[in-house]
Design a protein around this ligand. Structure first.
Ligand code: DX5
Ligand code: ZN
Length: 213
C-alpha cells in the first residue's frame, strides 16, 4: 500500500515567512501543501487567496492542495489554476445543485478535482460524484479555523466513502489531526491527512510529520 499523503495546512504557519515554512515542511518530508482559502461568507473567517498561491508557486515545487471554503467556487477555478494550484477542492454545500458541473470545470482546466463535506453533511450525498473526482475531503471540524478539536463522529464517514470509492481515490481528512487522531482516520480508510496546528506548533516538523504515520 502506498504511504499516506501528509498535507500540512499553512493556516498555522508563519505567514510572514511562508517561503521558509514551505521549504521546512518539504525538508521534513511533506509532498503536498494544504492552502486554506476562506471568503468570510461560506465560513466565518477570511484567510488567503490567489496572490498567495501565485507566490507559493514560485517558492515551492510541492503539490499545492487548495481547499476552497468559498461560495460560488466556479468563479474562482480559472484564477487559482492560473496562479498554480495543482488540486482544487470545493465544498459540496456551496454548490450542491451543480457539483457535477463544478467538477467538470476543474478537470477541464487540467488539475485534480476534490469535493469536501462539512461535519453535518451526510456522506451518501456525494456518492454519485466519487467516480468523477480525484479526492474527497472529509472535514472533522467545522471549517473556518485551525486548532479545533477532532470530531470523532465525522471520522465514521470515512468507511462510507471508502466502500464506494473507485481505485486510486484520495480520501483526505482535515481538522484536529494529531498523532492519535491520524491513526483513527487511516485505520478507517483515509490515505491523506491535513494537519495544521499539530505540525506548525511543533518545533520539529519532521518529528511531527513522522508521528502521524
Ligand atoms: C479548517 C481548515 C483546516 C485547518 C486545520 O477550516 O480547513 O485545514 O487548517 O487545522 P488543524 O490541523 O489545526 O485542525
Ligand atoms: Zn483545510
Amino acid at each position: 500500500m502506498n504511504r499516506v499523503i501528509i498535507s500540512p495546512s499553512i493556516l498555522s504557519a508563519d505567514f510572514a515567512n511562508l517561503s521558509r515554512e514551505v521549504s521546512a515542511i518539504k525538508e521534513a518530508g511533506a509532498q503536498w501543501v494544504h492552502v486554506d482559502v476562506m471568503d468570510g461568507h461560506f465560513v466565518p473567517n477570511i484567510t488567503i487567496g490567489i496572490p498567495v498561491v501565485q507566490s507559493l508557486r514560485k517558492a515551492t515545487d510541492l503539490i499545492l492542495d487548495t481547499h476552497l471554503m468559498i461560495e460560488n467556487p466556479e468563479k474562482f477555478i480559472k484564477p487559482f489554476v492560473k496562479a498554480g494550484s495543482d488540486i482544487l477542492t470545493f465544498h459540496y454545500e456551496a454548490c450542491a445543485d451543480r457539483a457535477g458541473e463544478v467538477i467538470d470545470l476543474i478537470k477541464s482546466e487540467g488539475v485534480k478535482a476534490g469535493i469536501s463535506i462539512k461535519p453535518k453533511t451526510d456522506p451518501r450525498e456525494i456518492i454519485p460524484f466519487l467516480n468523477k473526482v480525484d479526492l474527497v475531503l472529509v472535514m472533522t471540524v467545522e471549517p473556518g479555523f485551525g486548532g479545533q478539536e477532532f470530531m470523532h463522529e465525522c471520522a465514521m464517514k470515512i468507511p462510507v466513502i471508502k466502500e464506494n470509492a473507485p481505485d486510486g481515490l484520495v480520501i483526505q481528512v482535515d481538522g484536529g489531526i494529531n498523532n492519535l487522531t491520524s491513526k483513527i482516520c487511516t485505520s478507517l480508510g483515509a490515505n491523506s491527512l491535513v494537519a495544521g496546528s499539530y505540525i506548525f506548533k511543533n518545533s520539529d516538523y519532521k518529528k511531527a510529520i513522522e508521528s502521524l504515520f
